[in-house]
Design a binder for this molecule. Structure first.
Ligand code: SAM
Length: 362
């Protein structure tokens, strides 16, 4: 019961001071995310990787960039403790421990790729504000840079994990060698299917996505790779109706942002042949905020959800499940679609996703 006689709570100065430090840290963090994104895009982190301490001028020359910009960027990096700064020598160096999380050679551990989402989401801020007031959402085509960034961030993960770590957990691992029909729904620019198609030439692969731009890239890259067992179709996942057409279906990060996820999951169930397997990969989280609150990336996850995953669903009159729809809701919705004996698993180098595996009864 609330004590209405005690008046307003006393102002806790220590708490206010701690919060001030917190909010200043957040402002610096947000700004540095933009700077890290610049370091990735300009190739500065890669260019500094493994090199001794150098002046801004030497670093700029080596990277083929304008010294004034590089110097300002290095100053931000030094203040953010991302690069080491030697005051006497006026030199900067990227510590090896940091390079392992910021350079392209780090593959899926390269967090500078993820920092690019901050700038990308900032582009639609005004439209998100309007959606808070009027409802609805911001549709996919308002994020022109999304498909390329998604392809980069998921692609670096797929290269490391798909064949080495994901295939071994699949009940269809051997069948893929022999030759089966495989589909990927919400395939984006098609990297996952390209990796599978190259590794399993006897199987046939098809990727579906609603984005014409993504499918154009997927087709061009499959052709460039000379893959004849791979095709792509522009299609709305909620309208797919190739009954009993596939032995193995996948979705990578492509259910939670659907407008009508239950319709899509029911369609996937129908598209599978009896005995066929569905692999549903979704951001790892609980459906309960209380379980997520102490997770290191939870604030980032809910923020990306507000400014992309949830809003794109709501833009099409969808339910807006959100990025953190969680494993409990995922199992519930998969069960509703007809799937049973759902195994919730994962792979070593993809800690941020849950892998839901289920086989349609034969
Ligand atoms: C988060 S991205 C994941 C892309 C890809 N699977 C990856 O991991 O890189 C979700 C994808 O689902 C696609 N998508 C969204 N709604 C769709 C729909 N109704 N039908 C087909 N694709 C859809 C988007 O265009 C986007 O490419």
């Amino acid at each position: 019961m609330t004590d209405t006689m005690s008046g307003p709570a006393e102002f806790d100065k220590t708490r206010a001071k701690l919060f001030q430090a917190n909010i200043v840290g957040i402002m610096n963090g947000g700004a540095l995310a933009l700077m890290i994104s610049l370091g990735h895009k300009t190739g500065l982190f890669d260019s500094m990787d493994g090199k001794p301490a150098r002046t801004a001028s030497e670093i700029a020359t080596d990277a083929g960039l304008h010294e004034r910009y590089v110097r300002e960027w290095l100053s931000a990096m030094a203040c953010g403790a991302i690069v080491d700064y030697d005051v006497d020598a006026q030199t900067f160096a990227l510590p090896v421990e940091h390079a392992g999380l910021l350079t392209r050679r780090a593959g899926p551990l390269n967090l500078s790729t993820q920092c690019q989402y901050v700038a990308l989401l900032g582009e639609v801020e005004d439209e998100i504000v309007e959606a808070f007031r009027s409802g609805g959402g911001v549709p996919y085509d308002r994020y022109p840079r999304f498909q390329a960034l998604m392809a980069e961030s998921s692609g670096q993960r797929y290269e490391r994990t798909l064949i080495a770590q994901v295939v071994p957990i699949l009940p269809v691992a051997q069948a893929l060698e022999a030759g089966i029909d495989v589909g990927d729904v919400g395939c984006g620019s098609g990297k996952a299917m390209r990796i599978f198609a190259a590794a399993f030439p006897a199987s046939r692969f098809v990727g579906f996505d609603i984005s014409e731009d993504a499918i154009a890239v997927a087709r061009a890259e499959a052709a460039a790779a000379g893959l004849t067992n791979l095709s792509f179709e522009v299609a709305d996942a909620a309208a797919l109706d190739q009954v009993d057409g596939f032995d193995f279906l996948t979705t990578f990060d492509a259910i939670h942002d659907q407008a009508h996820p239950d319709t899509v999951l029911a369609g996937i169930y129908r598209m599978l042949r009896p005995g066929g397997t569905y692999l549903c990969v979704e951001p790892k989280s609980s459906s309960e905020l209380a379980d997520n609150i102490d997770e290191p990336m939870s604030a980032f996850m809910y923020s990306v959800s507000t400014m992309h995953c949830m809003t794109v669903s709501m833009a099409y009159g969808g339910e807006g499940l959100g990025t953190a729809w969680g494993h409990q809701t995922a199992v519930e919705r998969l069960t509703l679609a007809g799937f049973a004996d759902i195994e919730v698993t994962g792979v070593r180098d993809d800690r941020s996703n849950s892998y839901f595996l289920s086989t349609k009864p034969g």
